[in-house]
Write a protein that binds this ligand. Sequence first.
Ligand SMILES: Nc1ncnc2c1ncn2[C@@H]1O[C@H](COP(=O)(O)OP(=O)(O)O)[C@@H](O)[C@H]1O
Ligand SMILES: [Mg+2]
Length: 223
Amino acid sequence: MPVLEARDIHKKYDLKGREINALKGVSLTVAAGEILLINGRSGAGKTSLLHVIAGLEPPDEGEVRYDGKILNRMSQEALAAWRGAHLGFVFQSNNLLHHLDLRQNVMLPLIYSGYRGDEIEKRADEILAFMGLKERANHRPDELSGGERQRGALARALICSPVFILADEPTAELDEQNASLFYNLAARLASESGIGFIIVSHDPMAAYLGVKPMRLEAGRWIE
Ligand SMILES: Nc1ncnc2c1ncn2[C@@H]1O[C@H](COP(=O)(O)OP(=O)(O)O)[C@@H](O)[C@H]1O
Ligand SMILES: [Mg+2]
């Protein structure tokens, strides 16, 4: 079972000459099929932690490991290739392209990876059906509800068959019903498809994930 691991991550930013210690020794471990739920106030370092784990930003100290490989020693190219093959992302605002319909949006990561043909359309439709979005495949993002767009973003994250999905406040803009639906789907993907999740959220609906949240405060875990 693949494991994603952060060990004693430190991250600081320089903000106009002022040093900001965003992460002060954060470690975590998540296996495929597991869900890690992280909460904490604004500015606690949650997004920084996701960025470091995804290799979008280097840590100042510490290691990020995937199956024993140290990611933060890889070249930018190797890291980008690893990320594309292993990770999916869902953000607070879904970033679906407004001029494409939902099916095309979901297919896009595969098209970027050089795939063409009926197979990828079929795969997009299967994932959309799982998300309850079958009837929405031909709709453009502005013709979808907020909840449908976020489930569409989850569908797009799934199309490359990631081992882990990282989600940053994915339901911050959703109502309770859509948020609970989103977390129910994530929980099913973890248990049925063995996908691992790191989800940052302070939405009470994240209780539907069925896991105890870990709390980050000022760059450290607290009880
Ligand atoms: N690129 C950056 N440059 C300077 N400071 C940053 C940058 N990104 C984040 N920070 C600071 O690091 C701290 C943690 O931010 P962040 O990880 O975004 O927290 P959260 O996602 O929990 O709200 C905050 O004080 C924030 O202002
Ligand atoms: Mg954030």
